[in-house]
Design a binder for this molecule. Structure first.
Ligand code: NDP
Length: 287
């Protein structure tokens, strides 16, 4: 039976450090560190995520402000709001909760966020830096959380075969780039991958980010592999990942659970990024 990568515990350690840093930076900039979350529409999962983010802000001493907007809001009004937040010196981080309702050009909206306030790490500047192997101001929170979880195992990434299942801009692609930065040999799988099982079986490290319960079965896992399950799926009202945990945990050396794995890590990394945004402000202030 593989060891569990306890995302909740790692996240709580990170939040503790972030809180200390937040206190120092708050004193330095002479005002609260502030994260603004923009939530458009009434997607129930998004509402839960946003509430969790508000709670985490409270835990670490960051002020949060949520703009809850109806799905009928015009894209121009959303653009105006982001432009105002970009100029507002009391705002350190801006996050537009994804997905935006149908009809919105999500890429256009995300591109508008000033990259120094892009705590989600989705702006082309930050993603582009990652692609070039340079240090972005902000790494997207879920991929950053996945890397922290891998590091927590102490397993060396360099030279390993890493298989990432999923190629979204918010999870799969940045995770693959971060693994590449750590010198893994990276394969990215997606919906047109033929023979997924054979590819996943090669993975010393497997990151599943699909959104399909059980798509990664136990027999796809190479003995001793490290498995990170990003997927979140509701099955009979229960939250489960993409990996068949019961079977895969018999083969893996380390495995992350759902819930209690990547979810709490994502939020901890958002807190870390928000404090980093305030650090950038502090660094520009005269000493
Ligand atoms: P997307 O829907 O944007 O991407 C899913 C990816 O899975 C796509 O690249 C898709 O391929 C691929 N895929 C779909 N079907 C298959 C298949 N049969 N075989 C192989 N690959 C397949 O999802 P996200 O990246 O946004 O999220 C992935 C999962 O992670 C979701 O369950 C989401 O809820 C969860 N998540 C969890 C977070 C957390 O904090 N815990 C944060 C973010 C996401 P293609 O590109 O070809 O369509």
């Amino acid at each position: 039976m593989g060891k569990i990568i306890d995302g909740k515990a790692i996240a709580s350690g990170i939040k503790e450090l972030v809180k200390q840093r937040a206190d120092q930076i708050t004193a330095k900039i002479g005002r609260p560190i502030k994260l603004v979350v923009v939530l458009v529409g009434d997607d129930p999962a998004s509402q839960v995520y946003v509430r969790n983010k508000e709670r985490a802000c409270e835990d670490v001493g960051i002020a949060s402000e949520v703009h809850r907007l109806p799905p009928s809001i015009k894209e121009e009004a959303l653009v105006d709001l982001i432009e105002r937040l970009n100029l507002d010196n009391s705002v350190d981080g801006i996050l537009v909760q994804s997905p935006l309702p149908k009809g919105f050009d999500e890429a256009k909206v995300l591109n508008l966020i000033k990259y120094e306030k892009d705590v989600d790490g989705f702006h082309p500047y930050n993603l582009g830096k990652l692609l070039r192997g340079e240090e972005p101001l902000f790494v997207a929170c879920t991929p950053a959380g996945v890397m922290e979880m891998l590091l927590s195992t102490g397993v060396e990434i360099k030279g390993k075969e890493a298989v990432v299942v999923g190629r979204s801009n918010i999870v799969g692609k940045p995770v693959a780039l971060l693994l590449l930065q750590q010198h893994a040999t990276v394969t990215i799988c997606h919906s047109r991958t033929t023979n997924l099982a054979e590819v996943v079986k090669r993975g010393d490290i497997v990151v599943a980010a699909v959104g399909k319960a059980g798509i990664i079965s136990g027999d796809m896992i190479k003995p001793g592999a490290v498995v990170i399950d990003v997927g979140t799926n509701k099955v009979n009202g229960k939250l489960v990942g993409d990996v068949d945990f019961a079977a895969a945990s018999q083969k893996a050396s380390y495995i992350s659970p759902v819930p209690g794995g990547v979810g709490p890590m994502t939020i901890a990394m958002l807190m870390k990024n928000t404090v980093r945004a305030a650090e950038l402000v502090a660094a520009k202030q005269p000493q």
